[in-house]
Ligand binder design. Structure first.
Ligand code: 6CS
Ligand code: FE
Length: 301
């Protein structure tokens, strides 16, 4: 096998059909699943549906300091100009800040929260490091949506992530309801890889982080998966947590309410799945999007 054989071909000119994923969803072998902290039922649910929702995983009061910090960032003009800060198309509002755990010690510590880390390690069955972190702001009236996508499709083609042994933890920083553009997921969609059509231009991220056009699954594949298992939008108070597998299809609507919706994302990758050269053939994306340097295993604090 050549070192860079591509098991998940995508971003080609020609359409390939969707196929079953090659990697396990839960990496811990059956006989060790009883060790927790997730119950066997929860692990089975993650395996089958590709995500888990924890209402009030953290206390709302625990979140206060984080929320205050995020509000400070919104007014920080230097931060607005930095490379990792993505603004809404043609607008002044911040859409995302990448590398939040490198900007803030408080958020850095949160990536090593013992309970969270234990769950991640149980699902991936290995030491883990942060592949990417970000906060997605969705200010009232102004915040725009995200098209349907699999994160793994981008991380594989544009960042050279070899296999599906990675997951995202999304911590809800403001109450999510059906009106402020909560995260939507397609249960069971993580079981299939959907190759997407179209060559990736260099520096595609400058466009895709504002509006993603490439790496978006075709309508027929989405229709099939939605008809199979519908769509879910977990909702809950600040401090709630969504853990979703790196290949679970997700997206969100614009925020049409007056209430902001800010979600924090920590992407944990297995240390056995570190990045190689991007499979799309382009140069690697910047470190703030895809960490290639620091994959020392996270230790609980
Ligand atoms: O390109 C990326 O890595 C990011 N973009 C999107 C739309 N979702 C996943 C990821 O954070
Ligand atoms: Fe995403």
């Amino acid at each position: 096998m050549s070192r860079h054989q591509d098991l998940f071909p995508t971003r080609l000119e020609r359409k390939l059909g969707m196929f079953e994923r090659l990697d396990p969803v839960v990496h811990t072998p059956e006989e060790r699943l009883g060790e927790g902290p997730l119950s066997e039922d929860q692990v089975r649910e993650f395996d089958e549906r590709g995500f888990l929702f924890f209402d009030s995983f953290f206390d709302k009061a625990e979140m206060e300091k984080f929320i205050e910090e995020l509000q400070e960032y919104e007014e920080d003009e230097d931060l607005k100009l930095s490379e990792g800060t993505i603004l809404e198309p043609g607008k002044e509002e911040i859409r995302s800040i990448f590398g939040i755990h490198e900007i803030s010690e408080r958020f850095d510590r949160l990536t090593r929260d013992p309970h969270l880390l234990k769950i991640v390690r149980q699902l991936l069955d290995s030491d883990v490091y942060i592949h990417q972190s970000r906060i997605n702001y969705k200010p009232g009236f102004k915040g725009k949506g995200f098209n349907w996508h699999s994160d793994f499709e981008t991380w594989h083609s544009e960042d050279g992530m070899p296999r599906m042994r990675c997951l995202s933890c999304s911590i809800v920083m403001t109450d999510n309801n059906e009106f402020n553009g909560p995260l939507m997921l397609i249960p069971g969609s993580h079981k299939y890889f959907i190759p997407c059509v179209g060559r990736t231009p260099e520096d595609n991220y400058k466009e895709s982080l504002k509006i993603q056009d490439l790496g978006v699954p075709d309508g027929a594949s989405l229709t099939r998966l939605m008809n199979d298992n519908f769509i879910e939008a977990p909702k809950g108070p600040a401090g709630s947590l969504i853990i979703f597998e790196c290949n679970t299809l997700h997206g969100s609507n614009a925020n049409m309410s007056c209430w902001p919706r800010s979600n924090l994302f920590f992407v944990y990758n297995s240390v056995h799945n570190t990045l190689t050269e991007p499979f799309c053939g382009n140069k690697p994306r910047p470190e703030f999007l895809a960490n290639r340097k620091n994959w020392e295993p996270l230790k609980p604090v």
